[in-house]
Design a protein around this ligand. Structure first.
Ligand SMILES: *Cc1c(COP(=O)(O)O)cnc(C)c1O
Length: 344
């Protein structure tokens, strides 16, 4: 009864290979839902790309990566002294350190761990302050220093921000040819930055790498059951009554898959906001547009999604699909867990 991620293997792999083959060294990121593919699938794909390092989000994700992928694994969440994950193969793990106190802890241990030191950018997620770079440098000979890390936002002049910080690293640590781990910089900007600062750039990329070739994969939902419903008949957990005759489709995909989780939309334009408000009014009346498509149109949920399936309302006049058919579903791949992947 699956929610399926269907991938055109040749086209998808061609995109991933081309992306990684460019001038800038790419560090594929696999974390969370594994961008819909799952972390172990992506780690296995990464092992065919001829690269030395991939990145995971958390320490809990390290084991899923070190299995299929034979190289190094950078952990993006900062190391903390409270960490209680047993790292079986710590020699392959590169820690991200984002506070002086944590760097001191690691420097004082006799592990000589491999670390990148993250510096706070305008993202303001994690990182030491630029004023602390000097103090950090004085601790680096007691760890295996792998470079500086910067997490850049999705907008603004990121090249300028990266350039300023890269120059600061050179001014403070005096290291020519230092390594810089970055996110969210265009590859052309990364090339410019490398030329300007002589830094060895590593670009951490998830979305643009795995989900960049949108036409190479799609989400499909199986039709699990089809029921004709007459006006006034009750249905569903909430025993709502049908307001007219129609067809109830039971389709694969529910809360466990991440279907219909509403994340705040980055709606910026007035038009986008107006659309959200319009949808919100209907939702206020108890209706919600589902991500499922039947006969070329998005259809309404008959009630909120269940754990592994959803009820979709289809008005009379539209030919219902048959049990076992598959329909398109619009999902956000970063919040979706599929039952299976089908490579075609
Ligand atoms: C998730 C993440 C990335 C990759 O982000 P995408 O937008 O998926 O490319 C890079 N760096 C850090 C620190 C991250 O948390």
């Amino acid at each position: 009864m699956p929610l399926t991620l269907q991938i055109d293997a040749d086209r998808w792999r061609a995109h991933v290979r081309t992306y990684v083959a460019g001038a800038t060294r790419i560090v594929p990121v696999t974390k969370g839902s594994g961008y819909g593919f799952g972390n172990s699938v992506l780690a296995a794909e990464a092992s065919t790309l001829g690269i030395d390092t991939i990145a995971v989000g958390t320490y809990e994700e390290v084991a899923a990566a070190t299995g299929p992928f034979p190289g190094d694994v950078l952990v993006l969440s900062p190391w903390r002294p409270t960490l209680d994950v047993d790292l079986v193969d710590e020699g392959r793990v590169v820690h991200t350190v984002s506070r002086l106190t944590d760097l001191r802890d690691l420097a004082e241990s006799d592990r000589r761990p491999r670390v990148v030191v993250e510096v706070l950018t305008s993202m303001r997620r994690h990182g030491i302050a630029t004023t602390e770079i000097g103090q950090a440098v004085s601790l680096l000979d007691r760890v295996r220093f792998e470079g500086w890390a910067l997490h850049l936002p999705l907008t603004g002049d990121r090249l300028a921000q990266a350039r300023d910080l890269a120059r600061l690293f050179v001014a403070t640590s005096g290291s020519e040819g230092h390594r810089l781990w970055l996110s969210h910089l265009d590859r052309s900007d990364a090339t410019t930055l490398a030329a300007e600062t002589s830094a060895d750039i590593r670009l951490r990329v998830g979305t643009a790498l795995w989900l960049g070739q949108r036409s190479a994969f799609r989400a499909r939902a199986s039709i699990l059951d089809v029921h004709a419903v007459r006006r006034g008949q009750p249905y569903g957990y909430r025993q709502r009554r049908a307001s007219r005759d129609g067809v109830l489709l039971v389709v694969a995909g529910g809360t466990a898959h991440g279907v219909a989780l509403a994340a705040p939309s980055p709606a910026a334009s007035l038009r986008q906001r107006a659309v959200s408000v319009g949808t919100g009014v209907l939702e206020g009346l108890g209706y919600a547009l589902s991500p499922y498509h039947v006969a070329g149109k998005r259809r309404w949920f008959a009630e909120p999604p269940h754990m592994q399936c959803s009820l979709i309302w289809l008005p009379t006049g539209t030919d219902p699909p048959a049990v076992g058919d598959e329909i398109d579903i619009d999902v956000r791949f970063t919040t979706t867990t599929f039952d299976r992947i089908v490579w075609t």
